[in-house]
Write a protein of this length. Structure first.
Length: 169
């Protein structure tokens, strides 16, 4: 028996991803409150409509999705993920493609924001993968943190059944 040691990046669990997402929500909310709402106010546009098609809702949605898409594409992490030392990695590509990022951040955020319970997939799924990770073949890992995995490999002893090394005819 031989023990082989392998090191792999530590996956980010639910709570660290939750705090990173909460931080990102605060950042997006601050951007909207500091920059967008004053513009709407001075233009006399409605700031308090709860309709999904209201201009403030549409612009806020563009800021929200744009933040996650652009940050993830160019830095593999949002500011919240940077603060908590985690990043998104592709499983089947060398770096995140636009298609992967758009699919991961837009489609999965829409699903997660519509059906909140899907955020809990990170708790029960292997390697702490969320719906967005399954959809886009990505994984969220801690930066520069590795875990050691030991695997036991059993080698079979090869027995020579022809000890005289004579070849059978």
């Amino acid at each position: 028996m031989e023990i082989v040691e392998q090191y792999e990046e530590k996956t980010a669990g639910f709570w660290i991803r939750f705090w990173a997402f909460l931080t990102d929500g605060l950042i997006v909310g601050a951007i909207i409150s500091i920059f967008i709402k004053p513009i709407f106010y001075f233009l006399g546009l409605d700031l308090f409509s709860s309709d999904w098609y209201a201009p403030i809702t549409i612009v806020s949605g563009i800021i929200y999705y744009g933040y996650f898409i652009l940050m993830t594409k160019f830095w593999q992490q949002t500011i919240g993920k940077m603060i908590f030392g985690i990043k998104v990695k592709p499983l089947k590509e060398e770096k995140l493609s636009w298609g992967t990022v758009l699919f991961r951040e837009f489609v999965s955020r829409f699903i997660n924001n519509t059906i909140w319970i899907t955020y809990l997939f990170v708790v029960i799924a292997p390697k702490n993968k969320g719906i967005q990770d399954f959809i886009a073949d990505t994984i969220v890992v801690h930066e520069n943190v590795y875990v050691k995995n030991e695997q036991k490999i059993f080698k079979e002893k090869i027995i020579d059944i022809n000890p005289s090394n004579e070849q059978a005819v």
